[in-house]
Ligand binder design. Structure first.
Ligand code: AMP
Ligand code: FE
Ligand code: FE
Ligand code: ZN
Length: 289
């Protein structure tokens, strides 16, 4: 077993850059983490590790530790389930095949959503591409930004509450593996899986115990209980489930720059938990100052 480095402060274990639907470049995130007084952050762009190199290069100048990560899209029926994947091997072939498939499906799906919206609003695929950089994992936030740029809505959040809301009739899912497959893929790639924001739908809709038991058996490391969008009524249940299944509790902001109200470092994970997480990572290593 590799010796875990000394973690000397709290970490924000869930952040997004321009590689997915965050508005700041990876190096800017690192500088913002330094300003926020964090020991470290995990960069967890959706279905991509393309931001790791830029963030790692910013470690010496910022003095902020980087835990390489990703937020893997999975799906249980109609429900989107996000699985944080820390310290994976970024060249693991099976995981790469899956994330490539997800990202391709994200493009096809976004094109379809834009086609549908385009029947009622002045919006083109080029408008959406204008909101991305080379290699971006495309998502609804980029459609939201295009709607803002066209003046149809005032903010991303307004787009999600209106035109992008399923009841508006333009919605379409993208391909994603099921959560159990996700946990297995992440562990097989040497990574450490954590169920992201499991309480955003309230106490009545947290994952059923039998399903969580299967994820725990497959190697789930923890539950992201301290997350700004988890509902207060869901947290006691999540803590009880973590206790029952021997899972760690993590905290993170899910910072998206200006793309969401979430503030960097508003929720964090204590150093002892970060140390145990790092000790289980086999696919890549944290980058320390
Ligand atoms: P998608 O990946 O295309 O399914 O879009 C989901 C993403 O949209 C999530 O990762 C969030 O970052 C973002 N999102 C969801 N709701 C909102 C909101 N109300 N305001 C801003 N971003 C949101
Ligand atoms: Fe996101
Ligand atoms: Fe998420
Ligand atoms: Zn996220």
């Amino acid at each position: 077993m590799s010796e875990a480095p000394a973690v000397i402060g709290d970490a924000d274990l869930h952040t997004h850059s321009t590689v997915s639907d965050g508005t700041e470049a990876p190096a800017v995130l690192m500088a913002q983490a330094a300003a926020a007084g964090l020991w470290g952050i995990a960069l967890t762009d959706h279905d991509s590790t393309a931001g790791w190199a830029e963030a790692a290069a910013a470690v010496p100048a910022t003095g902020v530790a980087l835990i390489p990560g990703m937020e893997l899209s999975t799906r249980e029926g109609f429900m989107s389930v996000h699985m944080l994947a820390y310290l994976i091997d970024p060249s693991d072939e099976r995981l790469l095949a899956e994330t490539t498939r997800i990202r391709e499906s994200r493009v096809t799906r976004a094109e379809e959503i834009v086609r549908r919206i385009g029947r009622d609003y002045d919006l083109s695929w080029d408008d959406v591409l204008a909101q991305t950089v080379e290699g971006t994992t495309i998502g609804r936030p980029h459609i939201a930004d295009a709607l803002v740029a066209r003046g149809h809505v005032s903010t991303r959040s307004a787009a999600f509450a209106g035109i992008l809301h399923p009841r508006a009739g333009y919605a379409e899912p993208h391909y994603a593996p099921d959560p159990l497959t996700g946990v297995r893929l992440i562990r097989a790639a040497g990574g450490v899986p954590v169920l992201a924001h499991p309480g955003t739908r309230g106490a009545e809709r947290v994952i059923p115990p039998d399903r969580l038991a299967r994820l725990a058996e497959a190697g789930l490391f923890g539950l992201e209980v301290d997350h700004p969008e988890n509902r207060a009524d869901a947290k006691p249940r999540l803590r009880a489930l973590a206790q029952q299944y021997g899972l760690e509790i993590t905290g993170s902001s899910d910072y998206h720059g200006a793309g969401k109200p979430n503030r960097l470092a508003e929720c964090t994970t204590p150093s002892a938990v970060v140390e145990r997480l790092i000790a289980e990572g086999r696919g890549s290593t944290p980058v320390l100052p």
